[in-house]
Write a protein that binds this ligand. Structure first.
Ligand code: NAD
Length: 512
């Protein structure tokens, strides 16, 4: 075996469990220059993992992306261990065995008898408390969470999780070593879901809430969140990719671990679909049906043909948004400027957090002619406009509004009434959960945005997203959502309340 470079934080690394994660972490450690020992209780699993790594490096050589001698050197650093005794020289052991508390506790108790007192012991658990795994250890101060994402070599972020007893120097060494492996470390306190799986609760659960109110179907919500809010994948596409067998239990687990926090409440929709075996792509059907791996999409409702469009009257609150008036002019609408709408006018409101019904009632508008438009995302940016009816909206007015806003060829979705449409309530929920992670001191604001961008592939971190749409507007959306729904899931985090009230950036930490 080659001698590792003296600048390496950990020269000898043991990996317990040679499944998907153990193999990926072994790859990163060997590529960083460490000697790696792989151990698995299942016969041949470690051997198979080493062979798979060899094939992977050889395929990179074949593509000209890796020098042949580098591939050889990497492989020479990886050994299969027959038992944990082989880990005696290790300065770091990362456990990536099955997700069971009792098994992990046993593995670490055995390891403590084998390795030196200075060795850092780390677990790749996604959902078990670090402090609970450490509870049986003699040296819990040398123990931490080291949470990689799947596939570990490609997902460039790792959460370094501090248990109640973990020493600072252990977290620092794990973070430095993550950098040596080419990853970005983020530091998290030991809390359910750590950073990424906690921050990720908003997207799917709020989308499920919207579906459960029959506001729109799965596909429409996916389209809106991709084309208006800018996400790479809609929440239902994402759940189909991950599989409900994985996502639904995570939703339940984090909800329960936070003692039924309303913000994380899972949905009966996923519980039922899971029980029906509609897991997603892996079972051939989920929220979408699949033909040869391609999702079957329903055709979008056609833009109605309307011979003569009615004049448009914009409610005074909505008229305060110059962008809406400009858009209507660009679309060639006949704008009414009187204090009240004429008897034939289409009436437009632009709610922030409220539903169309509430604004029509409060402003004493003729609800039969009233629709709302979501103006949170600038019309220049959005690839889809979203309109909402109220229960009294006449079909001719719905058709006229749809035809008007589709006049320049931009996609339009017309949904049923919803506090904050789709984009506003999903974005506000994501921002609010992220703010509360900061409020709880789970991680720094910067680490939060880094972890979510790299771990979930969001276009920008949730706090930067909140800043983009203005924290006081996000706060207003949440206050109004609470008024519409009376549900504590929308209560704003103090982090957001204070920064929104003072006009501060959400990324701004507390002054020391
Ligand atoms: P996996 O099922 O692919 O591999 C687990 C391996 O551990 C198996 O080969 C099994 O034989 C082995 N094993 C079981 N008990 C063992 C023991 N006592 N000693 C040694 N080996 C043992 O699982 P995975 O997806 O690689 O997950 C491993 C860990 O990583 C889990 O804690 C999981 O929660 C976590 N994790 C998984 C993902 C993911 O997306 N798969 C992401 C992040 C973290």
């Amino acid at each position: 075996m080659q001698t590792p470079s003296s600048s390496l934080i950990f020269s000898d690394v043991g990996i317990v469990g040679a499944g998907a994660m153990g193999r990926g972490i072994a790859q990163l450690a060997a590529q960083a220059g460490s000697r790696v020992w792989l151990y698995d209780t299942s016969s041949h699993a470690a051997e198979q993992a080493r062979t798979a790594l060899d094939h992977q490096w050889q395929s990179l050589v074949a593509k000209g992306r890796l020098a042949p001698d580098a591939a050889q050197a990497y492989l020479a650093r990886v050994s299969v261990a027959q038992d944990l005794q082989a880990f005696a020289p290790c300065t770091l052991v990362v456990e990536a065995a099955i997700e069971r508390l009792d098994i992990k506790q046993h593995v670490f108790a055995d390891l403590e008898r084998i390795v030196s007192a200075e060795t850092v012991l780390a677990t790749n658990t996604s959902s078990l408390p670090i402090t609970a795994i450490a509870a049986r250890l003699k040296r819990p101060q040398r123990f931490a969470g080291y949470h990689f994402f799947n596939p570990a070599p490609l997902m460039k972020v790792v959460e370094v999780v501090r248990g109640l007893a973990t020493e600072d120097s252990v977290c620092q060494s794990l973070a430095d070593y993550a950098r040596q492996m080419g990853h970005t470390p983020v530091q998290a306190q030991d809390t359910p879901g750590f950073i990424v799986n906690h921050a990720g609760r908003g997207y799917g659960t709020e989308a499920l809430r919207i579906v459960s109110e029959d506001v729109a179907d799965f596909q429409t919500i996916d389209l809106i969140l991709r084309e208006q809010a800018g996400f790479k994948l809609g929440p239902f596409e994402l759940m189909d990719l991950t599989g409900l067998d994985v996502s639904h239990p995570v939703m339940e687990s984090i909800y329960r671990q936070y003692y039924d926090e309303p913000r994380f409440k899972p949905s009966v929709i996923t519980a039922q679909r899971l029980s029906a075996g509609l897991l997603g792509r892996k079972s051939g059907a989920g929220f979408y049906a699949y033909d040869n791996g391609q999702a079957r999409l329903a055709p979008e409702p056609a833009v109605p043909e309307v011979a003569t469009l009615p004049p448009v009257w914009v409610s005074p609150r909505a008229a305060r948004r110059p962008e809406l008036l400009q858009l209507l002019k660009n679309l060639g609408a006949t704008l009414e400027t009187g204090a009240h709408a004429s008897a034939h006018a289409l009436i437009l409101v632009a709610p922030l957090g409220f539903d169309v019904t509430t604004l029509a009632a409060v402003d004493r508008l003729d609800a039969t002619r009233t629709l709302g438009i979501d103006m949170l995302v600038s019309d220049e940016v959005t690839r889809r406009r979203v309109l909402a009816t109220n229960p009294a909206t006449r079909p001719d007015m719905r058709r006229a509004a749809h035809a008007l806003f589709a006049r320049d060829g931009k996609a339009v979705s017309v949904i049923r009434d919803s506090g904050g449409f789709v984009t506003q309530r999903v974005l506000a929920t994501i921002v609010n959960i992220a703010c509360d992670i900061c409020q709880q001191g789970i991680c720094s604001p910067q680490d939060l945005d880094t972890a979510v961008t790299l771990g979930l592939g969001y276009p920008v971190g949730p706090l930067a997203l909140g800043d983009r749409y203005d924290p006081s507007s996000v706060l207003e959306i949440l206050f109004n959502l609470q008024t519409v729904y009376g549900d504590p899931r929308y209560r704003p985090s103090p982090w957001l309340r204070r920064r929104g009230a003072l006009g501060l950036s959400l990324l701004q930490p507390e002054a020391d």
